[in-house]
Design a protein around this ligand. Structure first.
Ligand code: 8YV
Length: 328
């Protein structure tokens, strides 16, 4: 009997690919390049499943051109590359990789916060450029982290992980803003206090963004929000490009309206707004918050397990949408 055909849309761990090849006939795109929408649609012809990596757009046009498609497993917790209502209407199961990346991503949020507040990359560039010839009392003097006020926008699993690190590890005063409040038990565990977005922006020394991307969260931080922040404050975005208006942020950084920013995600990435590359007070990383060997392996494994579970047993492990007739 022939095996069902799937597409693995970008390079993954060889061990995980080998497992998939035992069950499926795999069309593998080993290249690092992301497919254009037309290429993706063409490569999906005849495929019942796909493993995507968070950037491949799955929309109504693609689904219409590929009515045989049954499941798309995203190797990411975020799934803003999916048009979920269109997938549900087409009877296509969407899956993501929650939980396995929570702590690693929260670690990185803190790494970026520390690097930004303490001017780590800026000072390294200075040293590498041979400019370190003497010591000065104010050389790369940054902002305190311990004991400071940490404001978290988006209090899902990763936001809670950052809150715990801040309150328990660094004695920070943690405030958060979210669509809904946490339970009193979770607020106590995270030692985090719910405040309005305005209060958070006005009082936080460090603002970390961990909110999922949607039309509603587009430009959560733009010029008006940056104007509310303290001139000594730092901003960290480990959520998604588009949550921050990057052009407005570059202007605010150049004008020292806020002290510094740490960005792992960008509007239109992998392109980065050219004005962000010109300002020294920003730490820039190429969307690596979940990038430890162990976590990326766990993400790939879970995405692959979702494909196998859905296509062999009709039930995904971590579904994003609920389809009519799916077993509970
Ligand atoms: C991924 C992410 O590495 O999980 C997410 O939502 O942003 C990252 O962990 C990225 O989407 C590529 O898979």
């Amino acid at each position: 009997m022939s095996k069902p055909s799937i597409l693995v849309a970008r390079a993954i761990f060889p061990e995980v690919l080998a497992q998939l090849r035992e069950v499926f006939d795999v069309d593998y795109n080993e290249a690092d390049d992301i497919f254009t929408p037309a290429e993706l649609s063409r490569r999906l012809q005849g495929k019942v499943g796909a493993l995507t990596t968070g950037s491949e757009r799955i929309d109504a046009a693609l689904l219409q051109a590929n009515p045989q498609l049954k499941v798309v497993a995203n190797m990411a917790v975020g799934f803003n590359n999916f048009d979920v209502p269109a997938m549900t209407a087409a009877g296509v199961q969407a899956t993501n990789t929650p939980d396995v990346l929570t702590e690693t991503t929260a670690d990185f949020g803190f790494a970026l916060l520390m690097a930004t507040a303490r001017r780590v990359t800026e000072s390294e560039h200075y040293l590498r450029a041979g400019q370190w010839t003497k010591w000065r009392y104010d050389m790369f003097a940054g902002a305190e982290v311990h004991g400071a006020t940490l404001g978290i926008i988006g209090m899902g699993r990763i936001g809670q992980g950052i809150a715990r690190r801040g309150s328990h590890g660094f004695g920070m005063n943690v405030v958060y803003h979210n669509r809904s409040r946490l339970s009193p038990e979770l607020e106590a565990e995270c030692k985090a206090r719910y405040v309005s977005k305005q209060e958070l922006l006005q009082t936080a020394d460090h603002v970390v963004l961990v909110v999922p991307y949607s039309a509603e969260s587009h430009h959560t931080i733009g010029a008006p929000e940056l104007a509310l922040m303290k001139p000594t404050a730092t901003l960290v975005n480990i959520a998604r490009g588009g949550i921050v208006d990057d052009a407005a942020l570059a202007k605010a950084l150049a004008a020292h309206q806020i002290a510094a920013a740490g960005l792992d995600v960008f509007e239109g990435e992998p392109a980065v707004h050219p004005d962000l590359l010109k300002v020294p007070n920003v730490v820039l990383t190429p969307h690596i918050a979940s990038a430890t060997v162990k976590t990326r392996m766990a993400m790939a494994q879970l995405a692959a397990d979702n494909l196998v579970a859905y296509l062999t047993q009709g039930k995904a492990l971590t579904p994003v949408n609920t389809l009519a007739g799916t077993p509970a």
